[in-house]
Design a protein around this ligand. Sequence first.
Ligand SMILES: Nc1ncnc2c1ncn2[C@@H]1O[C@H](COP(=O)(O)OP(=O)(O)OP(=O)(O)O)[C@@H](O)[C@H]1O
Ligand SMILES: [Mg+2]
Ligand SMILES: [Mg+2]
Length: 546
Amino acid sequence: MLSRASCRVARLSPSGTRSYSVEATDERWPGWQPVIGIEVHTQIRARRKLFSDAVANFDARPNWHVSSFDAAFPGTLPVLNKACVDLGTRTALALGSQVHERSSFDRKHYFYADLPAGYQITQHYSPLATGGKLHVTHTHKQVKHGRDVRIHQIQLEQDTAKSTYHPGHTLIDLNRAGAALMEIVSEPDMRSPEEAGAYVTELRALLRAIGASNGNMDEGSLRCDVNVSVHRPGEYFGTRCEIKNLNTIKGLQIAITSEIRRHIALLSSGQSIAQETRGFDEDRAETFKLRSKEDAPDYRYMPDPNLPPLMISQDYIQHIKAGMPPLPSDIRQRLAEQHKLSERHIDVLMSMWEVSDVPFDGERRENDALSYFEEVAQGRSSRLVANWITNDLVGGLAYRGETFSPERLPAAHLGLIIDMVQMGDLTGLPSLLFSEPCSLLLPPLATSGRALLRRLLEEPCTSEPLSAMIDRLNLRSTGADGLQQFCETAITRLHVEAESARKGNTKVLKRLVGEVMKTSKGRADAQAAAVMLREMLGLPADETKS
Ligand SMILES: Nc1ncnc2c1ncn2[C@@H]1O[C@H](COP(=O)(O)OP(=O)(O)OP(=O)(O)O)[C@@H](O)[C@H]1O
Ligand SMILES: [Mg+2]
Ligand SMILES: [Mg+2]
C-alpha cells in the first residue's frame, strides 16, 4: 500500500521555490511537513584519478600515488580520464537523467591545506547530466511508502587530499587528491528521515550494481550533505539548513530527525530559521552550527581555462547503454516474476551482493549473487535454493563474520548438498514439521546438511569428494533402525515430557524431536522422528503435516 503522502500537488512560490501541498501524516510532528534534499558525493571506481594517471588507491602508503598535477606543480595540465566519464554517464543513464551533449569544468576556489591548487575542478555551470529520478520505497510503522525522488543534477569533480590532525601539526596525504568524485544532487523531494535513508540505500545499491562506486560509507567512498527544512502543509517551503558530511545511514536519519525538531521548536516559538551549514555531533545526536549563509565562502567560480568542454555524442551514449549491467530494479523484477521469490528472499539476495575492491574502469559486470543463485537453481526449486542461500549460506557466513562471494562455496557443492537432502542422504530443515522458521526452534546448523555446509565453509580448499567427506564426518542420515534408537533414548531421557505428550500435550513433541536431533548430531530426519515419536507414544498421526 502506498502512503497518501505520496500524492502531491506542485505549486510555485513567488521566489520560484516549489511548494507541495502534502498531507502531513507523521505523528512525530503533527501539522508540519519536513522537506529533505540530499547531495551525495561518491568516489568513482576508476583505476586512475580524474585528471591524472596516478592510481586511485587510498590505502597505499601516504603520498605514494601522486602525480605532479595532483600536487599542483606549476606547468602541469589536466587530462580527463575517459573511464570516469564512462561511469558518470552510466550513472546518469541508470537514473534516467539527460546526459548533456556539452558540459564543462570550472574552478571552485578555496584555501585549505588539503587542496594543493587552491581550487577544486568541478562542474558548476554545465554539469554532465540533469534530471532523472530514483524510485524509493520504505516501510515505516508497517506502512509501505513509495516515491520517485527526482534528480537535480550529476556532476564530475575532484576529491581533496586527506588531512590527519595531531597536536600542533596536520599531516596531508595526497593519495586521494584529484581522485574522481560524482556529486548527485536530488530535488527536495523526501519527506521523512526514513525516506532519506531509503534514498541513500537505494542509490548506493544502484551505484554498486552498475559498478560506478563501491559506495562504502564507512571508508568515506560515499558521503552525504543533507538539506532540511520544515513547513506547514500547503505553504511554501521553509528555509533549509545543510548538514555536512554524514557517513552512515543511521547517523543521517538521526541528524535529520534532530534538525526537523530544532526547526519546529524555533518556528513554534515565533523565531525564524537562519540558512546555515551545520555539522552533526553523533554522541549528542544533535546538529551544530558551522557557518551562516553570510559567512559562506565566495568560491569565485570560473571556467577552467585548461580544460576544453566535454562533448558527448549519441553514439557514445548508445555504447555505454549497451554495456550497462542489469539494474537492481530489473534484478528484483526477474527474481519475483521468473523465480517467484518472496520479498524477504529478494531483499537478502540483493544485500548479499558485495562489490570486490578491484576498480574496474567501466567494464560490464554481473551481479555475483544473482548468477550464483541462478546457477544453483538450474533444475532445482528456486524457492528451496533461495532458502538454502539466504538461511544456511548467509547464516553460516555471518556466523564466521564473513560476507558472500561465489568462490566461498562453489555453486556445484551447494547444489549437491541440496540434492542429497532432497534424496534423504543428508538431513535438512524440517520445514513441514514446524510452522515457524526452524532456526528459531533448533540450534543453528543442527541438521547434517547444515553441518556439511559449515564444514565446507571451514575447509574451502578441500579436494576431498563430498561423499567421502560425509562418511568421514559421519553425516549420512540414520536409517529407520537408527532413528528408532534415537527416539527411544529421547523418550527415556525426557520421560516427563513424554508422559505429558501421552496425555495429549503434543506441544512438547518439539522438545523430544529436538533431543533426537541433538543426540543424533543432526543425522536424524526431524520429520520422520516426529512421526516415529507419535507412533511410539501412542498418539494419532498428525494430519496437518502430511
Ligand atoms: N527548502 C528546501 N528544503 C530542503 N532542501 C532543499 C530546499 N531547497 C533546496 N533543497 C536541497 O538543497 C540541495 C542544494 O544543493 P546544491 O548542490 O544545488 O547547492 P548548494 O548546497 O547551495 O551548494 P554546494 O554544492 O556548494 O553545497 C538540493 O539537494 C536541494 O534539493
Ligand atoms: Mg552541492
Ligand atoms: Mg550543498
